[in-house]
Design a protein around this ligand. Structure first.
Ligand SMILES: Nc1ncnc2c1ncn2[C@@H]1O[C@H](COP(=O)(O)OP(=O)(O)O)[C@@H](O)[C@H]1O
Ligand SMILES: [Mg+2]
Length: 267
């Protein structure tokens, strides 16, 4: 069945093959990478990575330190000097575009090095991320984020609206980076190791925040090496090793596959 952007696709087609450019379908493909290869200088880091993220999914990109998780996220948005392969986002070919193009199309990215402005306050940092509201191609609005709405989700940020970001804890800065990305009203967020280097209490807040975003229909691709965290929040998983996808499946399949977990993860 061919579906044009003006016809509402049939509901309940979960599990059916994804139809490209079928906005609103439960299987709507947002992000698609095919044979993605990437290099730092002469060193090839990624080898023929294939991955998909559909609307409403939380997908975990897993692997040990150095497996290529961050490189994959950067390669998807075009933050690397050299990459090859196909990357499509919402039907747009972004294989050769610079990262600002992906951002403008509504592909949010939260890098592992939190790039907040330490001299600016929480509210000012959020303002920096503001982008116009967006609409799905089927005409439904992406519920726009406002500072008020974000403060309901990130209650601790709401308690320190005028604090300079440089005077916040690492966990608070992590939350602020996520919140600032949401201010861009992305269709999909790439989240690089949200649980890394923060206190256990913040890890828990991060997990709750992701689950809450999921109930708002947000689609997320997160990189993670913490199986427990990934299991809490994700629907599906890809496992990377040495820049190659070694496993893909549902989160419960991965949880039940001890061989894969032993071979490629730290659990
Ligand atoms: N800026 C860089 N220059 C050269 N090599 C890099 C750079 N960043 C990462 N690498 C190498 O690429 C590989 C994958 O790294 P990365 O994607 O950061 O892994 P992960 O995020 O899974 O820990 C590692 O071998 C790492 O040493
Ligand atoms: Mg990384």
């Amino acid at each position: 069945m061919k579906t044009s952007s003006t016809i509402s696709p049939v509901r309940g087609a979960r599990g059916a093959p994804a139809v490209r450019n079928a906005p609103g379908a439960p299987t709507e493909l947002l992000l698609e990478a095919r044979s993605l290869n990437a290099w730092y200088g002469a060193a090839q880091i990624l080898y023929d990575v294939d991955l998909d993220v559909r609307r409403g999914e939380v997908v975990a990109l897993m692997g040990r330190n150095g497996a290529g998780k961050s490189t994959t996220l950067k390669a998807l948005i075009g933050m690397l000097p050299k990459r090859r392969g196909e990357v499509r986002f919402m039907g747009h070919d972004i294989s050769k575009t610079e990262s600002h193009v992906a951002a403008k199309l509504g592909l949010g990215f939260v890098p592992e090095d939190r790039r907040i402005f330490t001299d600016l306050t929480v509210v000012e940092n959020l303002e920096v991320g503001r982008q116009p509201p967006r609409r799905w191609a089927d005409g439904t609005d992406v519920p726009p984020w406002s500072i008020e709405r974000l403060f309901m989700l990130f209650k601790n940020l709401g308690e320190m609206p005028y604090r300079p970001a440089g005077r916040m804890s690492g966990g608070e800065q992590q939350m602020l980076t996520v919140a600032r990305t949401l201010m861009g009203n992305p269709y999909l967020v790439l989240l690089d190791e949200p649980s890394e280097g923060v206190a256990p209490i913040v890890v828990e807040q991060m997990a709750n925040m992701i689950l809450e975003l999921k109930t708002h229909g947000m689609s997320i691709l997160l990189s993670e090496q913490n199986m427990h965290f990934a299991e809490l929040v994700s629907d599906r998983a890809y496992v990377l090793e040495k820049g190659q996808i070694r496993f893909q499946g549902s989160m419960s399949e991965l949880a039940g596959n001890e061989e894969v977990r032993r071979a490629y993860l730290s659990v």
